[in-house]
Design a protein around this ligand. Sequence first.
Ligand SMILES: Cc1cc2nc3c(=O)[nH]c(=O)nc-3n(C[C@H](O)[C@H](O)[C@H](O)COP(=O)(O)OP(=O)(O)OC[C@H]3O[C@@H](n4cnc5c(N)ncnc54)[C@H](O)[C@@H]3O)c2cc1C
Length: 322
Amino acid sequence: MAKVLIIAEQRDGRLKKSTFELIGASHAAGNETHVALLGESIAGLAQELADYGAQKIHVGDHTGLKFYTSEAYAKVLLPMIQSLSPGIILASHTPTGRDLMPRLAAQLNVGLASDCTQLSFAGEQIQVRRPVYAGKATVEVEFLGAGPRMATVRPNAIGIPKPDSTKQAEVISLTVALGTPVTRVVEVIKGTSARPDVTEASIVISGGRSLKNAENFKLLEDTADVVGGAVGASRAAVDAGYRPHRDQVGQTGKVVSPSLYVACGISGAIQHLAGMRTSKIIVAINTDPEAPIFQVADYGVVGDLFTVVPLLQEELKKIRDH
Ligand SMILES: Cc1cc2nc3c(=O)[nH]c(=O)nc-3n(C[C@H](O)[C@H](O)[C@H](O)COP(=O)(O)OP(=O)(O)OC[C@H]3O[C@@H](n4cnc5c(N)ncnc54)[C@H](O)[C@@H]3O)c2cc1C
């Protein structure tokens, strides 16, 4: 059994699902599961963390933590980590986790395994697997030397346990002393989409250059809306101006691991596969039977997406309505 600290992630008072995955995995392994929760007016989120198995929740509630900055978060977390002495520290491999964890690891002078897609606990040790060479190979990482052992885990890689609202956790208030920060967030410009982000959604429907223009992506949006999914895009579609960069999946975009990834008119270049090949089920729709995407697809449809996607949408509506 290890003492595990999970760094929770919330935005606008809503916890990220990927935080529940980490808590659930630690709790299921019988670890002493601590969670650090930072932000402004977020103390009310503690019960939700408890529902997934958090035992001790360290809350840093301060106006200076309203918006995430690695500087402010590290200032609060470092002394807390030093006094708690966790054996393992985990965060989600999201933009926040990718920014914060290397800073903490450097300040603690320990190693960090990032973008892990598998995680297992063995006493004080963790063993993790992470994709390398744009997803062509997977390496198993073992930590040597003194802890804490630090890892970021790809969202949707582990799965969320069922919450149990009868679970209780101890809530501990953290001392927040931010001093005079050298960085501050001036403005947060939000996207207008009501759909989930591609990294958070359990279903992602992506389109490529073959969509031909931005308007044709409405077909994918309407299909995604039937199942509450997100719309992703290849870099070719983003470069052509059909979608914003935040929707790009791949090596220079976002890495996604949904339950279902539907690639519509995407060739399957290695750089695209780097961002989606760990999806649980991959469906490819492509006119070219030789397209590389079919090599990673669980189900493939050789056909014109403008014929196939409307049919898929109709079937999904039937399933949703019954
Ligand atoms: C350094 C670097 C980083 C990169 N990063 C990324 C990245 O992060 N993400 C990314 O996606 N790419 C990335 N790329 C680009 C990548 O190499 C490909 O060029 C890109 O993924 C191709 O996009 P695409 O599949 O939409 O277009 P194409 O390769 O042009 O493929 C279009 C596909 O659509 C099919 N098609 C055409 N019409 C239809 C139709 N009506 N119905 C069904 N199928 C149809 C075709 O058969 C074809 O397979 C990167 C490249 C480099 C060099």
